[in-house]
Design a protein around this ligand. Structure first.
Ligand code: ZN
Length: 105
């Protein structure tokens, strides 16, 4: 009987291989070879690259200004320095304007 794992010829009555000591009735162990690694890692790499390009393309389809990395200050008034939550006409006045000079006596 030929060993399925190593190919060694054994007696027909033997239960384990005399060379590799593996059971003769068991299927040979499978180990990933170089081609399996190349194929699997290739699929993973292609998937990551495809995900990047698809996500980039999808994000570019968003309406402006959501495609920007920086949010315009008009959209985030709560982050503005100075008085907060004032009406728009009051916000346009400079917050740090110099105080008017006192009237000369
Ligand atoms: Zn063997």
């Amino acid at each position: 009987m030929k060993c399925l794992n190593c190919g060694q010829e054994n007696k027909d009555s033997a239960k384990v291989c005399k060379k590799c000591n593996r059971g003769l009735s068991a299927a040979p162990a499978w180990f990933p070879d170089f081609r399996w690694h190349l194929k699997t890692l290739g699929f993973i790499y292609l998937g990551v690259v495809a995900f990047y390009f698809i996500t980039t393309f999808a994000l570019r389809q968003l309406p402006k200004p959501y495609h920007l990395r920086e949010i315009p200050p008009e959209m985030t008034p709560w982050l503005r320095k100075g008085p907060k939550f004032l009406p728009e006409d009051q916000l346009k006045a400079p917050a740090d304007a110099p105080a008017p000079a006192p009237a000369a006596p």
